[in-house]
Design a protein around this ligand. Structure first.
Ligand SMILES: NC(=O)c1ccc[n+]([C@@H]2O[C@H](COP(=O)([O-])OP(=O)(O)OC[C@H]3O[C@@H](n4cnc5c(N)ncnc54)[C@H](OP(=O)(O)O)[C@@H]3O)[C@@H](O)[C@H]2O)c1
Length: 275
């Protein structure tokens, strides 16, 4: 019988591409969506949609009950949002939402399905980001959430060793998905009414943020590249702890920025932002 995999956030972007690729390669795939209108695209790929908001424990428990009968080999905790902007202008509530979905949502998802993964000696794949390796300005809340996933993956990987459950973190660079447009729309909501005393202070940065988001959406890798990395994490006999998926230049830049002393690193990053 085909091995079962559940992917959260499967209605668009990387999750949708991964669901399609895994189904085409013989997995029995369940895709988490939040809206009925997202179910059709999954069904057309041979993927069974499950209604699942990762911030709602009752959704997670319902999905686990549903899958208990047939078991679960793979969990791809992919659901995520991007919250961006100059930190002084980002409302605490928006930052909290990034942590709620990306960090606690991932944690709650893993926690809910671990009994099934332990039973199958299966695999958990978490969706990190190069933003979890290098925090660029204007990406503070998003980067903080993805740095947290680096820690979560490290702790989980070793905790689950005795049970034969393998944990991998996929770290994509820019990928052409709706996340950037959604992040801009979300930011416009709070940037239009900046806290008193900050009006006009960050004007130029906002333009930079817009340009970066548009560039990411236009020049990003196809989501299928990330789907390939997820497939490898689920099928390689010895999966890597981390799969960095980025343009070679971006991967080199990420590694370099992590090695440089802070003053030099900061000058390079500031130039990159046109500061
Ligand atoms: N695109 C990139 O450049 C990039 C780079 C590195 C990492 N990533 C990561 O890749 C993952 C997928 O992002 P994407 O680029 O494919 O963007 P996307 O197309 O916006 O997909 C994000 C998915 O997460 C879902 N989601 C959001 N909040 C959720 C919640 N509370 N419960 C369940 N699902 C929820 C969304 O569902 P709705 O449609 O219902 O909102 C959507 O299906 C994210 O974790 C992201 O951080 C993306």
């Amino acid at each position: 019988m085909a091995r079962s995999v559940l992917i959260t956030g499967a209605g668009s972007g990387i999750g949708l591409a991964t669901a399609g690729l895994l189904a085409a390669r013989g997995f029995r795939v369940y895709g988490g969506v939040r809206r009925p209108e997202d179910a059709g695209a999954l069904e057309a790929l041979g993927v069974k949609p499950l209604f699942l908001d990762v911030t709602r424990e009752e959704d997670l428990l319902r999905a686990r009950e549903y899958l208990e009968g047939e078991g679960l080999y793979g969990l791809v905790a992919n659901a995520g949002i991007a919250v961006a902007g100059p930190l002084e202008l980002v409302p605490v509530s928006a930052f909290r939402e990034a942590l709620e979905v990306n960090v606690l949502g991932t944690f709650a998802t893993v926690k809910a399905f671990l009994p099934l993964l332990r039973a199958s000696r299966g695999r958990a794949v978490l969706m990190g980001s190069v933003s979890g390796l290098v925090a660029l300005p204007l990406m503070g809340p998003y980067a903080a959430s993805k740095f947290a996933l680096e820690a979560l993956a490290d702790a989980l990987r070793v905790e689950l060793l005795p049970f034969g459950v393998k944990v991998a973190l996929v770290e994509p660079g820019s990928v052409a998905t709706p996340i950037w447009e959604r992040s801009l729309r979300r930011a416009e909501g709070y940037l239009e009414s900046p806290p008193p005393g900050t009006e006009g202070v960050y004007g130029r940065y906002l333009e930079v943020a817009r340009r970066l988001a548009e560039g990411n959406a236009r020049r990003g890798l196809p989501p299928e590249r990330v789907a390939e990395a997820v497939y490898r994490a689920l099928t390689e006999p010895r999966p890597k702890a981390r799969y960095l998926v980025a343009h070679p230049a971006r991967a080199r830049e990420t590694r370099l920025l992590r090695l440089l002393p802070a003053p030099l690193r900061d000058r390079l990053v500031a130039r990159f932002l046109g500061a």
